[in-house]
Design a protein around this ligand. Structure first.
Ligand SMILES: NC(=O)c1ccc[n+]([C@@H]2O[C@H](COP(=O)([O-])OP(=O)(O)OC[C@H]3O[C@@H](n4cnc5c(N)ncnc54)[C@H](OP(=O)(O)O)[C@@H]3O)[C@@H](O)[C@H]2O)c1
Length: 174
């Protein structure tokens, strides 16, 4: 059975992007720690599949870099039809059932990349096994929330926490 991990970064006030989708605040130079990737490459090696909403996919395309996960099986959720590409397969219908079946497979883990809408859809269905949340010490005031409207109450257990000298705090929760 494959584990679904939401691995994501948020501002102190719980936003994953500015209202216009901008995430450049995550990569502010003042947060750079030489030789430190906050566990990203190790995490990436442990997954063979990614899940993302279409807004997140479009944001990735807007970065104007080669598709960042070419060696993974990448699924993009959308309510409308899109042609699959070299790197991604679109999931249009029965997203929840699709993920339930995916989890039955064997192999490495599944990275739930986001964003807030897909996080909420899968969390409410009990399909998120783990959340690795990196809090970034910035208050944005408004933006796209980690979970969208309609997220259900859920109590989590913190199984690990890490402090980085740039102020990032990473919580591993189940
Ligand atoms: N800080 C971080 O680490 C981080 C990580 C990930 C994402 N982000 C940011 O988060 C933002 C996007 O988040 P978001 O909440 O606006 O959108 P999202 O969850 O990425 O995607 C929303 C889209 O998913 C599709 N969708 C939603 N529910 C669905 C369902 N039940 N079945 C099938 N498809 C469904 C719809 O696509 P259609 O409109 O095509 O139907 C919807 O517009 C971006 O700016 C991204 O950069 C930040």
């Amino acid at each position: 059975m494959k584990k679904v991990t939401l691995y994501i970064a948020a501002s102190l006030d719980g936003f994953i992007a500015r209202p216009n989708g901008d995430t450049s605040w995550l990569h502010d130079k003042s947060f750079t720690l030489p030789g430190e990737d906050f566990g990203y490459s190790t995490f990436l090696q442990g997954v063979d599949t990614t899940l993302m909403g279409n807004s997140t996919y479009k944001a990735i395309l807007g970065f104007d870099i080669p598709f960042p996960y070419p060696d993974k099986k990448n699924y993009v959720f959308s309510r409308s039809y899109h042609e699959d590409t070299e790197h991604v397969q679109f999931v249009q219908e029965q997203a929840v059932e699709f993920v339930q079946q995916l989890k039955q497979q064997t192999g490495k883990g599944i990275w739930l990349i986001g964003g807030g809408q897909i996080n909420t859809l899968l969390l409410n269905e009990g399909l998120v096994d783990e959340i690795i949340l990196t809090y970034v010490p910035v208050i944005l005031g408004s933006g796209i929330t980690l979970f969208a409207h309609g997220v259900q109450e859920k109590k989590l257990r913190v199984v690990n926490s890490l402090n980085f000298s740039n102020g990032f705090v990473q919580l591993v929760m189940q």
